[in-house]
Design a binder for this molecule. Structure first.
Ligand SMILES: Nc1nc2c(ncn2[C@@H]2O[C@H](COP(=O)(O)OP(=O)(O)O)[C@@H](O)[C@H]2O)c(=O)[nH]1
Ligand SMILES: [Mg+2]
Length: 471
Protein backbone atom coordinates (compact mmCIF):
# COMPACT_ATOMS: atom_id res chain seq x y z
CA UNK A 1 0.00 0.00 0.00
CA UNK A 2 1.27 3.44 -0.94
CA UNK A 3 1.82 5.62 2.13
CA UNK A 4 1.59 9.00 0.41
CA UNK A 5 -1.67 10.93 0.38
CA UNK A 6 -2.66 12.31 -3.00
CA UNK A 7 -5.01 15.07 -4.02
CA UNK A 8 -6.38 16.60 -7.22
CA UNK A 9 -9.29 18.55 -8.59
CA UNK A 10 -11.58 15.79 -9.84
CA UNK A 11 -13.99 17.89 -11.91
CA UNK A 12 -13.34 19.65 -15.23
CA UNK A 13 -11.78 23.09 -15.19
CA UNK A 14 -14.19 25.98 -15.55
CA UNK A 15 -17.08 27.72 -13.94
CA UNK A 16 -19.86 25.45 -12.73
CA UNK A 17 -22.11 24.47 -9.88
CA UNK A 18 -19.84 22.10 -8.05
CA UNK A 19 -16.13 21.40 -8.19
CA UNK A 20 -14.64 18.51 -6.28
CA UNK A 21 -11.24 18.16 -4.69
CA UNK A 22 -10.46 14.56 -3.98
CA UNK A 23 -7.95 13.42 -1.36
CA UNK A 24 -6.91 9.79 -0.91
CA UNK A 25 -4.47 8.15 1.47
CA UNK A 26 -3.85 7.58 5.12
CA UNK A 27 -3.52 11.30 5.89
CA UNK A 28 -6.60 12.48 4.07
CA UNK A 29 -8.64 12.87 7.28
CA UNK A 30 -5.97 14.75 9.27
CA UNK A 31 -5.34 17.00 6.25
CA UNK A 32 -9.03 17.77 5.78
CA UNK A 33 -9.40 18.36 9.52
CA UNK A 34 -6.91 21.23 9.32
CA UNK A 35 -8.89 23.18 6.75
CA UNK A 36 -12.54 22.24 7.38
CA UNK A 37 -14.85 23.87 9.93
CA UNK A 38 -18.22 22.21 10.30
CA UNK A 39 -21.29 24.41 10.21
CA UNK A 40 -22.22 23.23 13.70
CA UNK A 41 -19.47 25.62 14.85
CA UNK A 42 -21.13 29.02 14.51
CA UNK A 43 -19.82 31.35 11.82
CA UNK A 44 -18.15 33.54 14.46
CA UNK A 45 -16.25 30.49 15.63
CA UNK A 46 -14.91 29.72 12.19
CA UNK A 47 -11.82 31.67 12.92
CA UNK A 48 -11.16 29.46 15.88
CA UNK A 49 -7.64 28.21 15.26
CA UNK A 50 -8.40 24.74 16.63
CA UNK A 51 -9.00 22.36 13.83
CA UNK A 52 -11.81 19.90 14.24
CA UNK A 53 -11.16 16.22 14.16
CA UNK A 54 -13.14 14.82 11.29
CA UNK A 55 -12.07 11.27 12.02
CA UNK A 56 -15.21 11.13 14.14
CA UNK A 57 -17.27 11.76 10.99
CA UNK A 58 -19.35 8.87 9.75
CA UNK A 59 -18.20 7.23 6.57
CA UNK A 60 -20.36 7.95 3.51
CA UNK A 61 -22.10 10.94 5.06
CA UNK A 62 -22.06 14.52 3.84
CA UNK A 63 -21.08 17.34 6.19
CA UNK A 64 -21.78 20.98 5.58
CA UNK A 65 -19.17 23.55 6.52
CA UNK A 66 -16.41 25.91 5.39
CA UNK A 67 -12.88 25.64 4.09
CA UNK A 68 -10.65 27.90 6.11
CA UNK A 69 -7.04 28.87 5.41
CA UNK A 70 -5.30 27.67 8.59
CA UNK A 71 -2.63 30.37 8.30
CA UNK A 72 -4.92 33.38 8.56
CA UNK A 73 -8.29 31.75 9.37
CA UNK A 74 -9.81 33.25 6.25
CA UNK A 75 -12.92 31.50 4.98
CA UNK A 76 -12.29 30.34 1.42
CA UNK A 77 -15.58 28.68 0.45
CA UNK A 78 -18.72 27.04 1.77
CA UNK A 79 -18.54 23.32 1.04
CA UNK A 80 -19.92 19.86 1.58
CA UNK A 81 -17.44 17.30 2.76
CA UNK A 82 -17.71 13.56 2.22
CA UNK A 83 -15.61 11.04 4.08
CA UNK A 84 -15.26 7.54 2.70
CA UNK A 85 -13.24 5.35 4.99
CA UNK A 86 -11.02 2.52 3.80
CA UNK A 87 -11.66 0.00 2.45
CA UNK A 88 -15.06 1.25 1.26
CA UNK A 89 -13.83 3.88 -1.14
CA UNK A 90 -12.81 4.25 -4.78
CA UNK A 91 -9.14 3.65 -3.94
CA UNK A 92 -9.75 1.42 -0.91
CA UNK A 93 -7.91 4.11 1.09
CA UNK A 94 -9.39 6.82 3.30
CA UNK A 95 -10.91 9.30 0.86
CA UNK A 96 -12.18 12.81 1.52
CA UNK A 97 -14.05 14.71 -1.15
CA UNK A 98 -14.54 18.43 -0.78
CA UNK A 99 -17.47 19.65 -2.84
CA UNK A 100 -16.79 23.31 -3.34
CA UNK A 101 -18.11 25.85 -5.80
CA UNK A 102 -16.58 25.31 -9.18
CA UNK A 103 -14.29 28.09 -10.29
CA UNK A 104 -10.68 27.66 -11.32
CA UNK A 105 -9.40 30.06 -8.64
CA UNK A 106 -11.33 28.68 -5.70
CA UNK A 107 -10.53 25.06 -6.59
CA UNK A 108 -6.85 25.84 -7.08
CA UNK A 109 -6.82 27.70 -3.75
CA UNK A 110 -8.33 24.78 -1.85
CA UNK A 111 -6.07 22.29 -3.62
CA UNK A 112 -3.05 24.40 -2.64
CA UNK A 113 -4.20 24.35 1.00
CA UNK A 114 -4.52 20.56 0.84
CA UNK A 115 -1.03 20.28 -0.65
CA UNK A 116 0.42 22.64 1.97
CA UNK A 117 -1.08 20.40 4.65
CA UNK A 118 0.92 17.45 3.33
CA UNK A 119 -0.77 15.88 0.33
CA UNK A 120 1.05 15.39 -2.96
CA UNK A 121 -0.53 16.19 -6.28
CA UNK A 122 -2.04 13.13 -7.98
CA UNK A 123 -0.77 12.14 -11.42
CA UNK A 124 -3.11 11.19 -14.27
CA UNK A 125 -5.21 8.16 -13.31
CA UNK A 126 -3.51 7.83 -9.93
CA UNK A 127 -6.73 7.33 -7.97
CA UNK A 128 -7.78 4.53 -10.31
CA UNK A 129 -4.26 3.10 -10.25
CA UNK A 130 -4.53 2.87 -6.46
CA UNK A 131 -7.91 1.15 -6.82
CA UNK A 132 -6.12 -1.36 -9.05
CA UNK A 133 -3.02 -1.75 -6.88
CA UNK A 134 -5.17 -2.14 -3.76
CA UNK A 135 -7.10 -4.92 -5.49
CA UNK A 136 -10.52 -3.32 -5.83
CA UNK A 137 -10.50 -3.56 -9.61
CA UNK A 138 -8.49 -5.41 -12.23
CA UNK A 139 -6.90 -3.90 -15.34
CA UNK A 140 -9.93 -4.52 -17.56
CA UNK A 141 -12.09 -2.56 -15.12
CA UNK A 142 -9.54 0.26 -14.92
CA UNK A 143 -9.54 0.46 -18.72
CA UNK A 144 -13.33 0.53 -18.66
CA UNK A 145 -13.17 3.68 -16.54
CA UNK A 146 -11.45 5.47 -19.44
CA UNK A 147 -13.94 3.98 -21.89
CA UNK A 148 -16.85 5.29 -19.80
CA UNK A 149 -15.34 8.75 -19.63
CA UNK A 150 -14.69 8.73 -23.39
CA UNK A 151 -17.96 7.05 -24.43
CA UNK A 152 -19.58 9.03 -27.21
CA UNK A 153 -22.67 6.89 -27.77
CA UNK A 154 -25.06 4.86 -25.65
CA UNK A 155 -23.70 1.67 -27.16
CA UNK A 156 -20.07 2.46 -26.36
CA UNK A 157 -21.17 3.32 -22.84
CA UNK A 158 -22.99 -0.01 -22.55
CA UNK A 159 -19.89 -1.89 -23.73
CA UNK A 160 -17.73 -0.07 -21.17
CA UNK A 161 -20.24 -0.68 -18.39
CA UNK A 162 -20.06 -4.42 -19.01
CA UNK A 163 -16.31 -4.30 -18.56
CA UNK A 164 -16.41 -2.12 -15.45
CA UNK A 165 -18.71 -4.67 -13.83
CA UNK A 166 -15.85 -7.10 -14.31
CA UNK A 167 -17.48 -9.42 -16.83
CA UNK A 168 -14.40 -9.75 -19.03
CA UNK A 169 -12.28 -10.24 -15.93
CA UNK A 170 -14.61 -12.99 -14.74
CA UNK A 171 -14.50 -14.74 -18.08
CA UNK A 172 -10.68 -14.57 -18.19
CA UNK A 173 -10.36 -15.73 -14.57
CA UNK A 174 -12.61 -18.69 -15.29
CA UNK A 175 -10.44 -19.75 -18.23
CA UNK A 176 -7.29 -19.26 -16.15
CA UNK A 177 -8.68 -21.44 -13.35
CA UNK A 178 -9.24 -24.29 -15.80
CA UNK A 179 -5.72 -23.89 -17.16
CA UNK A 180 -4.19 -23.80 -13.65
CA UNK A 181 -5.93 -27.07 -12.86
CA UNK A 182 -4.74 -28.67 -16.10
CA UNK A 183 -1.23 -27.47 -15.42
CA UNK A 184 -1.32 -28.97 -11.94
CA UNK A 185 -2.43 -32.30 -13.40
CA UNK A 186 0.26 -32.19 -16.09
CA UNK A 187 2.97 -31.31 -13.58
CA UNK A 188 1.87 -34.16 -11.30
CA UNK A 189 2.01 -36.51 -14.27
CA UNK A 190 5.52 -35.26 -15.08
CA UNK A 191 6.60 -35.86 -11.48
CA UNK A 192 5.07 -39.34 -11.33
CA UNK A 193 5.51 -40.73 -14.84
CA UNK A 194 4.61 -44.24 -13.76
CA UNK A 195 1.08 -43.09 -12.72
CA UNK A 196 0.38 -40.92 -15.77
CA UNK A 197 -2.75 -42.83 -16.75
CA UNK A 198 -4.31 -42.36 -13.30
CA UNK A 199 -3.32 -38.73 -12.84
CA UNK A 200 -4.21 -37.24 -16.15
CA UNK A 201 -7.07 -37.78 -18.57
CA UNK A 202 -5.68 -36.45 -21.82
CA UNK A 203 -8.94 -36.93 -23.71
CA UNK A 204 -10.87 -34.88 -21.20
CA UNK A 205 -8.30 -32.08 -21.15
CA UNK A 206 -8.12 -31.81 -24.95
CA UNK A 207 -11.91 -31.86 -25.16
CA UNK A 208 -12.31 -29.06 -22.62
CA UNK A 209 -9.45 -27.09 -24.17
CA UNK A 210 -10.97 -27.36 -27.61
CA UNK A 211 -14.70 -27.10 -26.87
CA UNK A 212 -14.74 -24.70 -23.98
CA UNK A 213 -11.58 -22.69 -23.72
CA UNK A 214 -10.43 -22.25 -27.31
CA UNK A 215 -13.99 -21.63 -28.47
CA UNK A 216 -14.59 -19.02 -25.78
CA UNK A 217 -11.38 -17.22 -26.72
CA UNK A 218 -12.34 -17.34 -30.41
CA UNK A 219 -15.74 -15.89 -29.51
CA UNK A 220 -14.14 -13.03 -27.59
CA UNK A 221 -11.84 -12.27 -30.51
CA UNK A 222 -14.84 -12.37 -32.86
CA UNK A 223 -16.75 -10.00 -30.59
CA UNK A 224 -13.89 -7.56 -30.82
CA UNK A 225 -13.70 -7.87 -34.61
CA UNK A 226 -17.42 -7.31 -35.06
CA UNK A 227 -18.17 -4.94 -32.23
CA UNK A 228 -15.18 -2.72 -31.59
CA UNK A 229 -16.37 -0.14 -34.11
CA UNK A 230 -19.35 0.49 -31.86
CA UNK A 231 -17.01 1.32 -29.05
CA UNK A 232 -14.07 2.93 -30.84
CA UNK A 233 -16.00 4.50 -33.70
CA UNK A 234 -14.66 5.27 -37.13
CA UNK A 235 -12.84 8.13 -38.74
CA UNK A 236 -14.53 9.53 -41.83
CA UNK A 237 -13.04 12.10 -44.14
CA UNK A 238 -14.80 14.10 -46.83
CA UNK A 239 -12.66 14.80 -49.89
CA UNK A 240 -13.29 16.31 -53.28
CA UNK A 241 -12.23 19.19 -55.46
CA UNK A 242 -13.28 22.72 -54.47
CA UNK A 243 -16.97 23.64 -54.50
CA UNK A 244 -18.47 20.15 -54.85
CA UNK A 245 -20.32 20.51 -51.52
CA UNK A 246 -17.96 18.99 -48.95
CA UNK A 247 -18.69 21.54 -46.26
CA UNK A 248 -22.41 21.37 -47.00
CA UNK A 249 -22.35 17.58 -46.50
CA UNK A 250 -20.35 17.90 -43.29
CA UNK A 251 -22.94 20.32 -41.90
CA UNK A 252 -25.81 18.01 -42.94
CA UNK A 253 -24.25 15.01 -41.23
CA UNK A 254 -23.40 16.73 -37.97
CA UNK A 255 -26.62 18.76 -38.12
CA UNK A 256 -25.01 22.11 -37.46
CA UNK A 257 -23.41 24.92 -39.38
CA UNK A 258 -19.84 24.07 -38.56
CA UNK A 259 -18.08 24.58 -41.89
CA UNK A 260 -18.46 27.76 -43.87
CA UNK A 261 -20.34 27.16 -47.11
CA UNK A 262 -19.95 29.61 -49.98
CA UNK A 263 -19.98 29.56 -53.75
CA UNK A 264 -16.36 30.74 -53.65
CA UNK A 265 -13.96 27.86 -54.33
CA UNK A 266 -11.27 27.42 -51.68
CA UNK A 267 -13.40 28.57 -48.72
CA UNK A 268 -12.38 25.67 -46.48
CA UNK A 269 -8.64 25.96 -46.09
CA UNK A 270 -8.03 24.17 -42.83
CA UNK A 271 -9.15 20.76 -41.67
CA UNK A 272 -12.31 20.81 -39.57
CA UNK A 273 -13.02 17.88 -37.29
CA UNK A 274 -16.27 17.06 -35.46
CA UNK A 275 -17.79 14.03 -33.81
CA UNK A 276 -21.32 12.73 -34.00
CA UNK A 277 -23.23 9.54 -33.51
CA UNK A 278 -24.62 7.59 -36.44
CA UNK A 279 -27.09 4.81 -35.54
CA UNK A 280 -25.23 4.29 -32.28
CA UNK A 281 -21.81 4.31 -33.90
CA UNK A 282 -19.40 7.04 -32.79
CA UNK A 283 -17.98 8.91 -35.76
CA UNK A 284 -15.24 11.45 -36.13
CA UNK A 285 -15.67 13.31 -39.37
CA UNK A 286 -13.35 15.79 -41.07
CA UNK A 287 -14.12 18.37 -43.72
CA UNK A 288 -11.07 19.16 -45.79
CA UNK A 289 -9.70 21.79 -48.11
CA UNK A 290 -10.66 21.05 -51.73
CA UNK A 291 -7.91 19.02 -53.37
CA UNK A 292 -6.55 20.74 -56.47
CA UNK A 293 -3.41 22.36 -57.85
CA UNK A 294 -2.82 25.70 -56.24
CA UNK A 295 0.00 28.08 -55.39
CA UNK A 296 -1.85 29.60 -52.44
CA UNK A 297 0.45 28.68 -49.50
CA UNK A 298 -2.45 28.46 -47.00
CA UNK A 299 -4.40 26.14 -49.27
CA UNK A 300 -1.30 24.01 -49.85
CA UNK A 301 -0.96 23.47 -46.09
CA UNK A 302 -4.66 22.55 -45.88
CA UNK A 303 -4.34 20.16 -48.83
CA UNK A 304 -1.33 18.43 -47.26
CA UNK A 305 -3.23 18.08 -43.99
CA UNK A 306 -6.12 16.52 -45.91
CA UNK A 307 -3.78 14.02 -47.56
CA UNK A 308 -2.31 13.01 -44.18
CA UNK A 309 -5.79 12.65 -42.75
CA UNK A 310 -6.82 10.38 -45.64
CA UNK A 311 -3.98 8.01 -44.70
CA UNK A 312 -5.22 7.50 -41.16
CA UNK A 313 -8.97 7.45 -41.78
CA UNK A 314 -11.22 4.38 -41.97
CA UNK A 315 -13.60 5.52 -44.68
CA UNK A 316 -13.54 8.25 -47.31
CA UNK A 317 -16.51 10.13 -48.69
CA UNK A 318 -15.33 11.14 -52.16
CA UNK A 319 -17.64 13.84 -53.44
CA UNK A 320 -18.18 14.79 -57.05
CA UNK A 321 -20.54 17.32 -58.54
CA UNK A 322 -23.45 15.82 -60.49
CA UNK A 323 -23.84 19.13 -62.26
CA UNK A 324 -20.50 19.14 -64.06
CA UNK A 325 -18.45 16.61 -65.96
CA UNK A 326 -15.49 14.99 -64.27
CA UNK A 327 -12.29 16.96 -64.47
CA UNK A 328 -8.60 16.22 -64.21
CA UNK A 329 -8.87 17.14 -60.50
CA UNK A 330 -11.48 14.44 -59.81
CA UNK A 331 -9.23 11.83 -61.47
CA UNK A 332 -6.24 12.98 -59.46
CA UNK A 333 -8.21 12.64 -56.23
CA UNK A 334 -9.28 9.14 -57.20
CA UNK A 335 -5.59 8.23 -57.55
CA UNK A 336 -4.94 9.46 -53.99
CA UNK A 337 -7.79 7.52 -52.39
CA UNK A 338 -7.70 4.53 -54.75
CA UNK A 339 -6.43 2.05 -52.17
CA UNK A 340 -8.69 3.22 -49.36
CA UNK A 341 -12.20 2.24 -48.35
CA UNK A 342 -14.32 4.87 -50.13
CA UNK A 343 -17.87 5.82 -51.00
CA UNK A 344 -18.50 7.86 -54.13
CA UNK A 345 -20.93 10.60 -53.15
CA UNK A 346 -22.56 12.27 -56.14
CA UNK A 347 -23.76 15.61 -54.82
CA UNK A 348 -26.02 18.31 -56.25
CA UNK A 349 -28.35 15.67 -57.68
CA UNK A 350 -31.12 18.28 -57.28
CA UNK A 351 -29.73 20.01 -60.35
CA UNK A 352 -31.27 17.23 -62.46
CA UNK A 353 -34.96 16.62 -62.40
CA UNK A 354 -34.74 13.51 -64.60
CA UNK A 355 -32.77 10.48 -63.76
CA UNK A 356 -29.38 10.54 -65.35
CA UNK A 357 -26.21 8.55 -64.94
CA UNK A 358 -23.00 10.28 -64.05
CA UNK A 359 -20.35 8.83 -66.34
CA UNK A 360 -17.39 7.59 -64.36
CA UNK A 361 -14.45 5.42 -65.43
CA UNK A 362 -14.70 1.62 -64.96
CA UNK A 363 -12.00 1.72 -62.30
CA UNK A 364 -14.42 3.73 -60.11
CA UNK A 365 -17.00 0.93 -60.14
CA UNK A 366 -15.54 -0.71 -57.03
CA UNK A 367 -16.69 2.27 -54.95
CA UNK A 368 -20.25 1.98 -53.72
CA UNK A 369 -22.04 5.15 -54.84
CA UNK A 370 -24.89 7.23 -53.61
CA UNK A 371 -26.60 10.32 -55.01
CA UNK A 372 -27.41 13.11 -52.62
CA UNK A 373 -28.22 16.76 -52.43
CA UNK A 374 -26.51 18.31 -49.45
CA UNK A 375 -28.34 21.56 -50.16
CA UNK A 376 -31.80 20.01 -49.95
CA UNK A 377 -30.94 17.22 -47.52
CA UNK A 378 -31.84 14.49 -50.00
CA UNK A 379 -30.35 11.00 -50.11
CA UNK A 380 -28.70 11.38 -46.72
CA UNK A 381 -30.36 8.27 -45.29
CA UNK A 382 -28.97 6.16 -48.12
CA UNK A 383 -25.51 7.55 -47.44
CA UNK A 384 -25.81 6.86 -43.71
CA UNK A 385 -26.93 3.26 -44.40
CA UNK A 386 -23.90 2.76 -46.61
CA UNK A 387 -21.53 4.19 -44.01
CA UNK A 388 -22.90 1.86 -41.33
CA UNK A 389 -22.92 -1.18 -43.62
CA UNK A 390 -19.37 -0.67 -44.82
CA UNK A 391 -18.04 0.10 -41.35
CA UNK A 392 -19.58 -2.87 -39.63
CA UNK A 393 -18.61 -5.17 -42.51
CA UNK A 394 -20.39 -8.30 -43.55
CA UNK A 395 -20.57 -9.83 -40.08
CA UNK A 396 -23.01 -7.48 -38.57
CA UNK A 397 -22.63 -7.18 -34.84
CA UNK A 398 -24.76 -9.36 -32.60
CA UNK A 399 -26.43 -6.89 -30.25
CA UNK A 400 -26.90 -9.64 -27.64
CA UNK A 401 -23.15 -9.97 -27.37
CA UNK A 402 -22.25 -8.40 -24.10
CA UNK A 403 -18.52 -8.57 -23.66
CA UNK A 404 -16.55 -6.62 -26.26
CA UNK A 405 -12.87 -6.75 -25.42
CA UNK A 406 -10.63 -3.82 -26.24
CA UNK A 407 -7.78 -3.93 -28.76
CA UNK A 408 -5.16 -4.62 -26.07
CA UNK A 409 -7.18 -7.60 -24.85
CA UNK A 410 -7.80 -8.88 -28.36
CA UNK A 411 -4.10 -8.84 -29.28
CA UNK A 412 -3.27 -10.84 -26.16
CA UNK A 413 -6.13 -13.29 -26.83
CA UNK A 414 -4.72 -13.86 -30.35
CA UNK A 415 -1.41 -14.95 -28.82
CA UNK A 416 -3.16 -17.01 -26.18
CA UNK A 417 -5.09 -18.86 -28.87
CA UNK A 418 -1.84 -19.81 -30.59
CA UNK A 419 -0.39 -21.24 -27.34
CA UNK A 420 -3.52 -23.24 -26.59
CA UNK A 421 -3.75 -24.63 -30.12
CA UNK A 422 -0.12 -25.71 -29.78
CA UNK A 423 -1.00 -27.44 -26.50
CA UNK A 424 -3.90 -29.31 -28.14
CA UNK A 425 -1.68 -30.30 -31.09
CA UNK A 426 0.90 -31.45 -28.56
CA UNK A 427 -1.62 -33.72 -26.81
CA UNK A 428 -2.88 -35.07 -30.14
CA UNK A 429 0.59 -35.86 -31.43
CA UNK A 430 1.82 -37.29 -28.12
CA UNK A 431 4.41 -34.58 -27.46
CA UNK A 432 6.28 -34.71 -24.14
CA UNK A 433 4.13 -33.28 -21.32
CA UNK A 434 6.96 -30.87 -20.43
CA UNK A 435 6.49 -29.09 -23.75
CA UNK A 436 2.71 -28.96 -23.42
CA UNK A 437 3.12 -27.52 -19.91
CA UNK A 438 5.17 -24.66 -21.38
CA UNK A 439 2.36 -23.76 -23.81
CA UNK A 440 -0.24 -23.79 -21.05
CA UNK A 441 1.97 -21.72 -18.77
CA UNK A 442 2.39 -19.23 -21.59
CA UNK A 443 -1.39 -19.03 -22.05
CA UNK A 444 -1.89 -18.44 -18.31
CA UNK A 445 0.73 -15.68 -18.29
CA UNK A 446 -0.91 -14.03 -21.28
CA UNK A 447 -4.34 -14.08 -19.66
CA UNK A 448 -2.74 -12.53 -16.59
CA UNK A 449 -1.62 -9.61 -18.75
CA UNK A 450 -5.25 -8.90 -19.55
CA UNK A 451 -6.41 -8.75 -15.95
CA UNK A 452 -3.12 -7.40 -14.62
CA UNK A 453 -2.27 -10.47 -12.60
CA UNK A 454 0.95 -10.80 -14.56
CA UNK A 455 1.17 -7.49 -16.41
CA UNK A 456 4.51 -5.72 -16.33
CA UNK A 457 4.89 -2.18 -15.04
CA UNK A 458 5.33 -0.67 -18.50
CA UNK A 459 1.94 -1.96 -19.58
CA UNK A 460 0.32 -0.72 -16.39
CA UNK A 461 1.95 2.72 -16.65
CA UNK A 462 0.92 2.98 -20.26
CA UNK A 463 -2.72 2.21 -19.41
CA UNK A 464 -2.91 4.76 -16.61
CA UNK A 465 -1.14 7.45 -18.63
CA UNK A 466 -4.29 7.60 -20.79
CA UNK A 467 -6.29 8.88 -17.83
CA UNK A 468 -7.03 12.46 -16.95
CA UNK A 469 -5.83 14.02 -13.71
CA UNK A 470 -8.31 13.61 -10.87
CA UNK A 471 -9.56 10.15 -11.95
N1 LIG B 1 -27.57 22.90 -56.08
C1 LIG B 1 -26.80 22.47 -55.08
N2 LIG B 1 -25.84 23.26 -54.60
C2 LIG B 1 -25.07 22.81 -53.61
C3 LIG B 1 -25.29 21.52 -53.04
N3 LIG B 1 -24.37 21.33 -52.06
C4 LIG B 1 -23.63 22.46 -52.01
N4 LIG B 1 -24.04 23.34 -52.93
C5 LIG B 1 -23.51 24.69 -53.19
O1 LIG B 1 -22.19 24.55 -53.70
C6 LIG B 1 -21.37 25.62 -53.21
C7 LIG B 1 -20.14 25.06 -52.56
O2 LIG B 1 -20.54 24.36 -51.40
P1 LIG B 1 -19.51 24.01 -50.26
O3 LIG B 1 -20.20 23.11 -49.31
O4 LIG B 1 -18.87 25.23 -49.72
O5 LIG B 1 -18.43 23.18 -51.11
P2 LIG B 1 -16.94 22.75 -50.73
O6 LIG B 1 -16.04 23.76 -51.34
O7 LIG B 1 -16.75 21.42 -51.39
O8 LIG B 1 -16.84 22.69 -49.26
C8 LIG B 1 -22.24 26.44 -52.28
O9 LIG B 1 -22.74 27.54 -52.99
C9 LIG B 1 -23.37 25.47 -51.91
O10 LIG B 1 -24.56 26.12 -51.60
C10 LIG B 1 -26.34 20.71 -53.56
O11 LIG B 1 -26.62 19.58 -53.14
N5 LIG B 1 -27.04 21.24 -54.59
MG1 LIG C 1 -15.58 23.67 -48.00
Amino acid sequence: MNDSTIAAVATPVGAGGIGIIKISGQNSLPIASRIFRGSHSSISNLEDKDSIDISSFKSHHLYHGYIVDPENSRVVDEVLLAVMLAPHSYTREDVVEIQAHSGPVVLRFILDLVLKCGATIAGPGEFTKRAYINGRIDLTQAEAVIDIINARTNKSLEIATTLIKGELQLCIERISDYLFNFLAEINAAIDFPEDVEEIINVDRITRVLQNNIINTIKELIGQYDNGHILRDGIKLVIVGKPNVGKSSLMNCLIKKERSIVTAVPGTTRDLIEESFSLRGMPIIIADTAGLHDTDDPVEVIGINKAKDYIDCSDLILFIIDAGSILTHEDHEIFKIINTKNSILVINKSDLFSDRHEVNTPDSWEKMPRVEISALYNMGLDGLKDLIVRISLGENSFDPRAVIIPGLRHKLILDQCLISLCLAVDGFNSGSPLELIAIDIQEAIALLGEITGRSANNDVIDQIFSRFCIGK
